[in-house]
Design a protein around this ligand. Structure first.
Ligand code: S3P
Length: 449
């Protein structure tokens, strides 16, 4: 395998504010799940608004390799002819999940309860990420996993012939782990019971119901207990994928940081387990209006209208982390422009993302003249503006690359990134979208270099 060429970019203050109405690509979490549940259902599932980013395309390829028919009809419009729960077949070759932790971990769940052998790998970033958090509990269904040191990819998987239902308390707040166990439970008789210590995104639970499974969810302290009745017949069900709130976070932050901006971001998913960033920005003084609030495919959706405003630093409680886990790098950029200090508590899980996002976010800010410290699992950012002038190492991490580019828009001297190519994993078209949002035909602010 050859690594793709790096794509260095420079970002500088735009000549005009951001304006107009934009749409962001489909939700990454929901897109992966739509393809997977479609492949496990009987009949044909039509998906609209699918994210056509690298990560999701890996899931599409994996579902094909497991025997589902996956066809693209047009931009964002896909059809999946599923094989039913337990009906997927042994892949003929290694499954390469690229950069995607969600694809790899959820797929482990699907494979664990099938009587097949499979090998999974990924890029250098994914091969560094912990997999034991899924393989250890999944092994209790009877599956066997053999991986590298620390259980890392490449991973050989021997699925259970007759899987046992799992009963497990997930020790870390992780929707990926929860979802992997639910996917395994689909092909096990009896009830799969999962307890999570803190509520995490519930797209799998919503989509399971949408496809006809019986799922019971009960609150348990700060967390939840989820029960799934095993071996349902999942029936194909069309899925409308909303815009990804984690992608919307970047143009939204750009509008908050560039004086005079006013932007509408249409059709954004507003699942309350995903909107911690919006709550945080409001506490910092942002006015985020939600218009056209509606429900689509069991998920709340709306248009967000955001305007530039001066923000103040705040303390972000650790309990909020699961609902904004992917948004800390961009929040750290926003915090650097606010008045006063922002303390983000309880960011341990950031260390095991596409990069060690806690250290990489701190390095991104420090390398551009912002005062930042890590204390235990907390990130503390001093506001007051971004001098810039640095080049950010993005460590194969799409969200770091986009955060750094937004940072450049608000900086005095501009900000460079070593490699913007990974942005395509979740937000194809990001650079053009930001440049096009610069009003009055202003010059592009993100340029090669
Ligand atoms: C995701 C869950 C989160 C998130 C990731 C997508 C999902 O990961 O960071 O981008 O789709 O379930 P964890 O479950 O590891 O927190």
């Amino acid at each position: 395998m050859q690594d793709p060429p790096q794509r260095p970019l420079l970002s500088r203050r735009p000549s005009a504010p951001l304006a107009g109405s934009i749409c962001v690509p489909g939700d990454k979490s929901i897109s992966h799940r739509a393809l997977m549940f479609g492949a496990l259902a009987v009949g044909e599932t039509a998906i609209s608004g699918l994210l056509e980013g690298e990560d999701v395309l890996r899931t599409a390829a994996a579902m094909r390799a497991l025997g589902a028919e996956v066809v693209q009809d047009g931009p964002g419009a896909w059809r999946v002819a599923g094989r039913g729960v337990g009906g997927l077949v042994e892949p003929a070759d290694v499954l390469d999940m690229g950069n995607s932790g969600t694809a790899a971990r959820l797929l482990c769940g699907i494979l664990a309860s099938l009587p097949i052998f499979a090998v999974m790998t990924g890029d250098a970033s994914l091969r560094r990420r912990p997999m034991r958090r899924v393989t250890e509990p999944l092994a209790m269904c009877g599956a066997r996993f053999a991986g590298r040191e620390g259980g890392r990819l490449p991973l050989a998987i021997e699925g259970a012939g007759e899987a046992l239902p799992l009963e497990y308390r997930v020790p870390v707040p992780s929707a990926q782990v929860k979802s992997a166990l639910l996917l395994c439970g689909l092909n096990a008789p009896g009830i799969t019971r999962i307890e999570e210590p803190e509520a995490t995104r519930d797209h799998s639970e919503n989509m399971l119901r949408h496809f006809g499974a019986v799922v019971r969810v009960e609150a348990a302290g700060a967390g939840r207990v989820i029960e799934l009745d095993g071996q349902p017949e999942l029936r194909a069900a069309d899925v409308v994928v909303p815009g990804d709130p984690s992608s919307a976070a970047f143009p939204l932050a750009a509008a908050l940081l560039v004086p005079g901006s006013r932007l509408r971001i249409a059709g954004v998913g507003l699942n309350p387990l995903r909107t911690g960033l919006f709550a945080t920005l409001r506490e910092m003084g942002a006015v985020l209006a939600v218009e056209n609030a509606r429900t689509e495919g069991g998920e709340p959706v709306g248009d967000i209208v955001v305007e530039y405003v001066a923000l103040r630093g705040i303390e972000v409680p650790a309990e909020r982390a699961p609902s904004m886990i992917d948004e800390y790098p961009i929040l750290a950029v926003v915090a650097a422009c606010a008045v006063g200090t922002t303390r983000m508590r309880g960011l341990k899980e950031l260390r095991v993302k596409e990069s060690d996002r806690l250290s990489a976010t701190a390095a991104m800010l420090a390398g551009n003249g912002v005062r930042v410290t890590i204390e235990g699992d907390d990130l503390i950012v001093e506001g007051g503006g971004i001098p810039g002038g640095g080049r950010v190492a993005t460590h194969m991490d799409h969200r770091l690359a986009m955060s750094a580019l937004v940072m450049g828009l608000a900086s005095r001297d501009g900000v460079g990134v070593d490699d913007a190519s990974f942005i395509d994993t979740s937000f194809p078209g990001f650079v053009g979208l930001i440049n096009d949002a610069i009003g009055n035909g202003g010059a592009p602010a993100l340029v090669a270099g």
